[in-house]
Write a protein that binds this ligand. Structure first.
Ligand code: CAA
Length: 283
Protein backbone atom coordinates (compact mmCIF):
# COMPACT_ATOMS: atom_id res chain seq x y z
CA UNK A 1 0.00 0.00 0.00
CA UNK A 2 1.58 3.28 -1.10
CA UNK A 3 0.97 6.05 1.40
CA UNK A 4 1.70 9.57 0.21
CA UNK A 5 -1.11 11.85 1.40
CA UNK A 6 -1.64 12.06 5.15
CA UNK A 7 -4.63 13.76 6.75
CA UNK A 8 -4.34 14.87 10.37
CA UNK A 9 -7.39 15.81 12.41
CA UNK A 10 -6.64 18.18 15.29
CA UNK A 11 -3.93 20.84 15.28
CA UNK A 12 -3.07 20.78 18.97
CA UNK A 13 0.31 19.87 20.46
CA UNK A 14 0.19 16.32 19.07
CA UNK A 15 -1.36 17.21 15.69
CA UNK A 16 1.18 19.90 14.89
CA UNK A 17 4.07 17.66 15.92
CA UNK A 18 2.75 14.86 13.70
CA UNK A 19 2.39 17.29 10.77
CA UNK A 20 5.99 18.43 11.39
CA UNK A 21 7.56 14.96 11.25
CA UNK A 22 5.39 13.71 8.38
CA UNK A 23 6.23 16.73 6.21
CA UNK A 24 9.95 16.39 6.96
CA UNK A 25 9.76 12.73 5.92
CA UNK A 26 8.35 13.80 2.54
CA UNK A 27 4.62 13.13 2.99
CA UNK A 28 1.95 15.56 1.76
CA UNK A 29 0.13 16.71 4.89
CA UNK A 30 -3.37 18.12 5.17
CA UNK A 31 -3.89 19.42 8.71
CA UNK A 32 -7.49 19.90 9.80
CA UNK A 33 -8.98 21.67 12.79
CA UNK A 34 -12.37 23.26 13.43
CA UNK A 35 -10.61 26.38 14.66
CA UNK A 36 -8.77 28.77 12.32
CA UNK A 37 -6.86 30.08 15.35
CA UNK A 38 -5.67 26.58 16.23
CA UNK A 39 -4.45 26.06 12.66
CA UNK A 40 -2.61 29.39 12.61
CA UNK A 41 -1.05 28.63 16.00
CA UNK A 42 -0.03 25.14 14.83
CA UNK A 43 1.70 26.51 11.72
CA UNK A 44 3.53 29.05 13.89
CA UNK A 45 4.66 26.27 16.24
CA UNK A 46 5.83 24.03 13.39
CA UNK A 47 7.73 26.94 11.83
CA UNK A 48 9.37 27.79 15.17
CA UNK A 49 10.33 24.16 15.85
CA UNK A 50 11.75 23.68 12.34
CA UNK A 51 13.66 26.98 12.61
CA UNK A 52 15.18 25.67 15.83
CA UNK A 53 16.17 22.45 14.06
CA UNK A 54 17.82 24.54 11.31
CA UNK A 55 19.70 26.66 13.84
CA UNK A 56 20.94 23.46 15.57
CA UNK A 57 21.93 22.02 12.17
CA UNK A 58 19.56 19.04 12.48
CA UNK A 59 17.97 19.97 9.12
CA UNK A 60 18.90 22.42 6.37
CA UNK A 61 16.93 25.57 5.51
CA UNK A 62 16.04 23.95 2.16
CA UNK A 63 14.63 20.86 3.94
CA UNK A 64 12.60 23.13 6.21
CA UNK A 65 11.21 25.10 3.26
CA UNK A 66 10.33 21.95 1.33
CA UNK A 67 8.63 20.42 4.40
CA UNK A 68 6.65 23.59 5.16
CA UNK A 69 5.48 23.67 1.53
CA UNK A 70 4.08 20.13 1.97
CA UNK A 71 1.72 21.19 4.81
CA UNK A 72 -1.71 22.55 3.89
CA UNK A 73 -4.39 23.45 6.44
CA UNK A 74 -8.15 23.17 6.22
CA UNK A 75 -11.15 23.73 8.46
CA UNK A 76 -13.22 21.41 6.27
CA UNK A 77 -13.04 17.79 7.39
CA UNK A 78 -14.27 16.40 4.06
CA UNK A 79 -11.10 17.80 2.41
CA UNK A 80 -9.29 14.83 3.99
CA UNK A 81 -11.28 12.44 1.76
CA UNK A 82 -8.38 11.72 -0.63
CA UNK A 83 -5.90 10.89 2.11
CA UNK A 84 -4.19 7.50 2.05
CA UNK A 85 -3.82 7.59 5.83
CA UNK A 86 -5.75 9.68 8.36
CA UNK A 87 -4.42 10.22 11.88
CA UNK A 88 -7.01 11.57 14.30
CA UNK A 89 -5.32 13.63 17.01
CA UNK A 90 -8.29 15.52 18.41
CA UNK A 91 -9.29 15.95 22.04
CA UNK A 92 -8.95 12.80 24.12
CA UNK A 93 -12.71 12.29 24.46
CA UNK A 94 -14.37 9.28 22.92
CA UNK A 95 -17.53 11.14 21.88
CA UNK A 96 -15.46 13.77 20.07
CA UNK A 97 -13.42 11.14 18.22
CA UNK A 98 -16.53 9.18 17.31
CA UNK A 99 -18.25 12.28 15.91
CA UNK A 100 -15.17 13.04 13.79
CA UNK A 101 -15.12 9.52 12.34
CA UNK A 102 -18.85 9.68 11.59
CA UNK A 103 -18.43 12.98 9.70
CA UNK A 104 -15.28 11.91 7.91
CA UNK A 105 -16.05 8.34 6.79
CA UNK A 106 -18.55 9.16 4.00
CA UNK A 107 -15.82 11.22 2.28
CA UNK A 108 -12.98 8.66 2.54
CA UNK A 109 -11.68 6.41 -0.22
CA UNK A 110 -12.42 2.76 0.56
CA UNK A 111 -8.68 2.11 0.81
CA UNK A 112 -7.92 4.88 3.33
CA UNK A 113 -6.38 3.67 6.56
CA UNK A 114 -7.99 5.34 9.56
CA UNK A 115 -5.99 5.69 12.77
CA UNK A 116 -6.22 7.40 16.13
CA UNK A 117 -3.44 8.96 18.18
CA UNK A 118 -5.46 8.13 21.29
CA UNK A 119 -3.31 7.57 24.36
CA UNK A 120 -5.72 5.17 26.05
CA UNK A 121 -9.14 4.68 24.44
CA UNK A 122 -9.96 1.17 23.15
CA UNK A 123 -8.98 0.86 19.48
CA UNK A 124 -11.32 -2.09 19.06
CA UNK A 125 -14.30 -0.05 20.31
CA UNK A 126 -13.42 3.01 18.17
CA UNK A 127 -12.94 0.71 15.14
CA UNK A 128 -16.23 -1.10 15.68
CA UNK A 129 -18.13 2.12 15.07
CA UNK A 130 -16.45 2.74 11.70
CA UNK A 131 -17.09 1.13 8.32
CA UNK A 132 -13.54 -0.31 8.24
CA UNK A 133 -12.46 -2.03 11.48
CA UNK A 134 -9.86 -4.03 9.52
CA UNK A 135 -8.31 -0.77 8.25
CA UNK A 136 -8.36 0.93 11.66
CA UNK A 137 -5.60 1.03 14.28
CA UNK A 138 -3.87 3.08 16.95
CA UNK A 139 -0.96 5.32 15.85
CA UNK A 140 0.30 6.78 19.11
CA UNK A 141 3.06 9.40 19.10
CA UNK A 142 4.86 10.70 22.19
CA UNK A 143 5.23 14.36 23.09
CA UNK A 144 7.25 16.29 21.88
CA UNK A 145 6.70 14.44 18.63
CA UNK A 146 9.76 15.80 16.75
CA UNK A 147 12.05 14.63 19.56
CA UNK A 148 10.61 11.36 20.87
CA UNK A 149 11.78 8.22 19.11
CA UNK A 150 8.82 5.94 19.85
CA UNK A 151 5.51 5.37 18.10
CA UNK A 152 3.16 2.81 19.62
CA UNK A 153 1.22 0.87 16.99
CA UNK A 154 -1.92 -0.69 18.43
CA UNK A 155 -3.88 -3.35 16.59
CA UNK A 156 -7.60 -3.59 17.29
CA UNK A 157 -9.08 -7.07 17.31
CA UNK A 158 -9.98 -6.77 13.60
CA UNK A 159 -6.96 -4.85 12.26
CA UNK A 160 -5.49 -6.66 9.26
CA UNK A 161 -1.82 -7.29 8.54
CA UNK A 162 -1.75 -5.04 5.47
CA UNK A 163 -2.89 -2.09 7.57
CA UNK A 164 -0.34 -2.78 10.31
CA UNK A 165 2.47 -3.19 7.77
CA UNK A 166 1.55 0.05 5.99
CA UNK A 167 1.61 1.99 9.29
CA UNK A 168 4.87 0.34 10.33
CA UNK A 169 6.40 1.42 6.98
CA UNK A 170 5.36 5.04 7.74
CA UNK A 171 7.03 4.87 11.17
CA UNK A 172 10.18 3.47 9.54
CA UNK A 173 10.21 6.30 6.98
CA UNK A 174 9.95 8.82 9.84
CA UNK A 175 13.15 7.32 11.25
CA UNK A 176 11.29 6.45 14.44
CA UNK A 177 10.89 3.13 16.23
CA UNK A 178 7.58 1.31 16.36
CA UNK A 179 6.49 -0.68 19.42
CA UNK A 180 3.63 -3.06 18.81
CA UNK A 181 1.05 -3.03 21.59
CA UNK A 182 -2.06 -5.09 22.09
CA UNK A 183 -5.33 -3.26 22.62
CA UNK A 184 -5.70 -3.19 26.41
CA UNK A 185 -6.29 -0.05 28.51
CA UNK A 186 -3.60 2.60 27.95
CA UNK A 187 -1.45 0.18 25.89
CA UNK A 188 2.23 0.03 27.01
CA UNK A 189 3.71 3.48 27.67
CA UNK A 190 0.79 4.97 29.57
CA UNK A 191 0.03 1.71 31.41
CA UNK A 192 3.43 2.12 33.05
CA UNK A 193 4.00 5.90 32.98
CA UNK A 194 0.65 7.11 34.34
CA UNK A 195 0.60 5.00 37.51
CA UNK A 196 4.09 6.40 38.21
CA UNK A 197 2.87 9.98 37.73
CA UNK A 198 -0.24 9.23 39.83
CA UNK A 199 1.99 7.79 42.57
CA UNK A 200 4.08 10.96 42.48
CA UNK A 201 0.87 12.96 43.04
CA UNK A 202 0.00 10.66 45.99
CA UNK A 203 3.51 11.25 47.33
CA UNK A 204 2.77 14.98 47.25
CA UNK A 205 -0.79 14.52 48.62
CA UNK A 206 0.46 12.49 51.59
CA UNK A 207 3.22 15.01 52.33
CA UNK A 208 6.07 12.57 51.76
CA UNK A 209 7.81 15.22 49.67
CA UNK A 210 7.15 18.60 48.11
CA UNK A 211 6.96 19.31 44.36
CA UNK A 212 10.66 20.13 44.07
CA UNK A 213 11.91 17.18 46.15
CA UNK A 214 9.72 14.68 44.31
CA UNK A 215 10.88 15.90 40.91
CA UNK A 216 14.54 16.20 41.79
CA UNK A 217 14.46 12.73 43.39
CA UNK A 218 13.30 11.15 40.15
CA UNK A 219 15.56 13.29 37.95
CA UNK A 220 18.72 12.75 39.96
CA UNK A 221 17.84 9.42 41.55
CA UNK A 222 16.38 7.63 38.55
CA UNK A 223 17.88 9.66 35.68
CA UNK A 224 14.51 10.72 34.28
CA UNK A 225 14.83 13.76 31.98
CA UNK A 226 11.89 15.43 33.74
CA UNK A 227 10.46 14.87 37.22
CA UNK A 228 7.03 13.18 37.26
CA UNK A 229 5.15 16.33 38.32
CA UNK A 230 6.91 18.47 35.72
CA UNK A 231 6.10 15.77 33.16
CA UNK A 232 2.45 15.71 34.26
CA UNK A 233 2.28 19.48 33.69
CA UNK A 234 3.88 18.96 30.27
CA UNK A 235 1.42 16.23 29.24
CA UNK A 236 -1.63 18.01 30.74
CA UNK A 237 -3.22 17.05 34.06
CA UNK A 238 -6.60 16.49 32.37
CA UNK A 239 -4.97 13.95 30.03
CA UNK A 240 -3.24 12.24 32.98
CA UNK A 241 -6.55 12.02 34.86
CA UNK A 242 -8.43 10.75 31.80
CA UNK A 243 -5.85 7.98 31.32
CA UNK A 244 -5.97 7.00 35.01
CA UNK A 245 -9.76 6.76 34.71
CA UNK A 246 -9.42 4.50 31.66
CA UNK A 247 -7.03 2.24 33.60
CA UNK A 248 -9.25 2.25 36.70
CA UNK A 249 -12.43 1.50 34.78
CA UNK A 250 -10.91 -0.86 32.23
CA UNK A 251 -8.83 -2.98 34.60
CA UNK A 252 -11.18 -2.66 37.61
CA UNK A 253 -8.30 -2.57 40.06
CA UNK A 254 -8.03 -0.05 42.93
CA UNK A 255 -4.30 0.24 42.34
CA UNK A 256 -5.20 2.56 39.44
CA UNK A 257 -7.45 4.92 41.43
CA UNK A 258 -6.66 8.52 40.48
CA UNK A 259 -5.18 10.57 43.31
CA UNK A 260 -7.82 13.00 44.71
CA UNK A 261 -5.25 15.79 44.43
CA UNK A 262 -4.94 15.19 40.68
CA UNK A 263 -8.73 15.39 40.38
CA UNK A 264 -8.76 18.60 42.42
CA UNK A 265 -6.20 20.30 40.16
CA UNK A 266 -8.20 19.35 37.09
CA UNK A 267 -11.43 20.62 38.69
CA UNK A 268 -9.64 23.91 39.39
CA UNK A 269 -8.69 24.19 35.71
CA UNK A 270 -5.01 23.90 36.69
CA UNK A 271 -4.10 21.65 33.79
CA UNK A 272 -0.36 22.28 33.63
CA UNK A 273 1.65 24.24 31.08
CA UNK A 274 -1.27 24.76 28.72
CA UNK A 275 -3.19 26.76 31.34
CA UNK A 276 -0.03 28.31 32.82
CA UNK A 277 -0.66 26.57 36.11
CA UNK A 278 -0.37 23.01 37.37
CA UNK A 279 2.05 21.64 39.95
CA UNK A 280 4.22 24.57 38.86
CA UNK A 281 3.20 28.16 38.21
CA UNK A 282 4.21 29.27 34.68
CA UNK A 283 2.63 32.75 34.81
N1 CAA B 1 10.26 20.31 18.45
C1 CAA B 1 11.51 20.11 17.97
N2 CAA B 1 12.58 19.96 18.76
C2 CAA B 1 12.41 20.06 20.09
C3 CAA B 1 11.13 20.27 20.67
C4 CAA B 1 10.04 20.38 19.78
N3 CAA B 1 8.79 20.55 20.24
N4 CAA B 1 11.27 20.30 22.03
C5 CAA B 1 12.59 20.10 22.29
N5 CAA B 1 13.26 19.96 21.12
C6 CAA B 1 14.68 19.65 20.94
C7 CAA B 1 15.56 20.81 21.30
O1 CAA B 1 15.74 21.66 20.19
C8 CAA B 1 16.85 20.11 21.69
O2 CAA B 1 17.54 19.78 20.51
P1 CAA B 1 19.17 19.59 20.49
O3 CAA B 1 19.43 18.25 21.14
O4 CAA B 1 19.49 19.61 19.06
O5 CAA B 1 19.74 20.71 21.27
C9 CAA B 1 16.37 18.81 22.33
O6 CAA B 1 15.04 18.61 21.86
C10 CAA B 1 16.36 18.91 23.83
O7 CAA B 1 15.55 20.03 24.19
P2 CAA B 1 15.97 21.15 25.24
O8 CAA B 1 17.46 21.32 25.24
O9 CAA B 1 15.14 22.36 24.99
O10 CAA B 1 15.46 20.63 26.62
P3 CAA B 1 15.72 19.27 27.36
O11 CAA B 1 17.09 18.75 27.16
O12 CAA B 1 15.25 19.57 28.73
O13 CAA B 1 14.73 18.25 26.66
C11 CAA B 1 12.65 17.15 26.44
C12 CAA B 1 13.35 18.48 26.56
C13 CAA B 1 13.07 16.46 25.16
C14 CAA B 1 11.17 17.44 26.42
C15 CAA B 1 13.09 16.24 27.66
O14 CAA B 1 12.89 16.93 28.85
C16 CAA B 1 12.33 14.95 27.72
O15 CAA B 1 12.63 13.98 27.05
N6 CAA B 1 11.30 14.91 28.61
C17 CAA B 1 10.43 13.74 28.76
C18 CAA B 1 9.39 13.74 27.67
C19 CAA B 1 8.50 12.56 27.78
O16 CAA B 1 8.57 11.72 28.66
N7 CAA B 1 7.57 12.49 26.84
C20 CAA B 1 6.58 11.44 26.82
C21 CAA B 1 5.37 11.95 27.45
S1 CAA B 1 4.14 10.70 27.51
C22 CAA B 1 3.39 10.81 26.03
O17 CAA B 1 3.62 11.66 25.22
C23 CAA B 1 2.34 9.79 25.83
C24 CAA B 1 0.99 10.20 26.19
O18 CAA B 1 0.07 9.67 25.60
C25 CAA B 1 0.66 11.09 27.30
Amino acid sequence: MDIQKIGIVGAGQMGNGIAHVMALAGYDVLLNDVSADALAKAMKTVTGNMDRQVSREKITAAERDAAMARITTTQTLSDLGQSDLVIEAATERETVKQAIFEDLIPHLKPTTILTSNTSSISITRLASRTDRPEKFMGFHFMNPVPVMQLVELIRGIATDKETYDACKAVVDRLGKTAASAEDFPAFIVNRILMPMINEAVYTLYEGVGNVESIDSSMKLGANHPMGPLELADFIGLDTCLAIMNVLHDGLADTKYRPCPLLTKYVEAGWLGRKTQRGFYDYR
